[in-house]
Design a binder for this molecule. Sequence first.
Ligand code: ADP
Ligand code: MG
Length: 361
Amino acid sequence: GCGDPKDKDKADRATNELVMDQRTRMILLKMISRGIVSEVHGAISTGKEANVYGAVLDPLDGTRPIHRAIKIYKTAILVFKDRERYITGEHRFKRGANKKNNREMVKQWAEKEFRNLKRLHAAGIPCPEPLELKSHVLVMEFLGNKRGYAFPRLRDATLSDEGTENPWRPVYIQLLGIMRRLFRVCNLVHADLSEYNILYDKNKLYIIDVSQSVEHEHPRALEFLRMDIKNVSDFFRRQGVDTLQERAIFDFVTAIKGPVEEPELSEAIERLYEARPSIEDAATEEVNAEVFRNQFIPRTLDEVYDMERDAKMPFEQLVYNSMLADRVAMKLEPEEGSEDDSEDGRTVDGDGVSDSSSEVD
Ligand code: ADP
Ligand code: MG
């Protein structure tokens, strides 16, 4: 119980080495007294928006200590200003972020990560199981070995090179399947997916850092998806993987029909490889890919939204506008197969857009 002075001693020792504000300290002390963790260790990671700490729970029955991870969101104002756009327009946060109350906003981010992790976990997508949330402090399953070493980020992973095949290829295929599951089963787009937010262990990928993930019906969800696909493609291309076209991945991830479970997911991806355009068609495909790429795709979250710049941009270069235009066009001309190549050569975004916007549960 909290009244025991010995407990308080232990709790104090557990937290007093960490530089944190009184409020955060109190939350951790309460978690310690409630037996969620026994000790909070040093930082695994210190980021702009949050720090992640290692922690252990010593079970009362004397069994092995259980490692946990604690993500503590920072209450700094500047960093979170930008992120408000993710909340705006999302039905789970219809009221929008409370600008006046920064602490409230940070709480919302922690809550968002907690809920999104729950969704991933429920869908069987490997991720840290979310365990406890109090204000801006999130306790989750520790992804690492028994000695308390966290799994490496995909960026830092070393893959054993046994056969003749590039060892990164099956990992790439696995990730494409996860992206589709995330979209079709969880109704989410990660929106910050890269080799930095994926942990790797024994040929298995674990998705982390989902506080900015958005509903697939979020007004900018498909734009974020393109960004995720680009990051993933760039990384695996650097590992020498023969990657699929980004457009093909986009269609695969968003398609309503098709498998959402392994091994069918991987099989479907292999079929995409087989269905790749022949050399004669490759030139046309390359033009299409270029058009797809040139539709405004933000590269970083900071680039995502800029009122002044967006206002100066030609209407059709803005993906969200062009998708809107497509949708309007499709409503006006419901004819099948009317691939309307407008004067600028931009092709209609077809099924991906209409599918994902029409299926809402
Ligand atoms: P940030 O918002 O700072 O990017 P992340 O959620 O990406 O926060 O976590 C930062 C780092 O902390 C990760 O790259 C990873 O190394 C480590 N980490 C995060 N969650 C866990 C976890 N559950 N288990 C082990 N390590 C983790
Ligand atoms: Mg991260």
